[in-house]
Design a protein around this ligand. Sequence first.
Ligand code: NI
Length: 198
Amino acid sequence: MQNSRRKIKTHVMLLSITKYGNPVLRAVSAPVEHVDEAIHALASNMIETMYAANGIGLAAPQVGENLRLVVIDIPEDEEEDNAEPEMATINGELRPIRDIMPLVFINPVLEPYGKEYLFTEGCLSVHNIRANVSRPEFVKATLPQLDGSVLEIDCGGLLARCLQHECDHLEGFLFTDRVSSAAKITLAKKLKKLAQQG
Ligand code: NI
């Protein structure tokens, strides 16, 4: 028999990912003012949507919501047996970033620093395009959590790259805006096609 008063299970739902050309990707997103059930549900659904799409990060505009909410999950490097785990200073302590994955935050404040370097990026909203983007190597980030606590992170590597890419989405920027002018010319045709496909 089932207990009729049991808690109703919240079902996780896959969301459709907004594609290049959709104006929601170009708007500046609003801060999350109040963390309610709807925000918790949106975050859970975004995590599942990101996993289903094999992504390592997803920002709310990518699921059609112009809110300053981001999810990230950077997997451990499985290709190199001897790879050191990626570390970061998290609330003053040096720890593997794996400890804070999946990472969910609202209203982030980023302070990128250090020398810029090129790295190949892609985006779940920009199908079949990868391009080299130059960004600073390190980031200091203040990342408010859904429970009201705040994560202070100082990091490099893939996490620093991913934070910058995802937070760009909150300002209406895409990685294809940040490629070299030569690459922009090369990508122009492909992007036009993507925009037409919607
Ligand atoms: Ni993206």
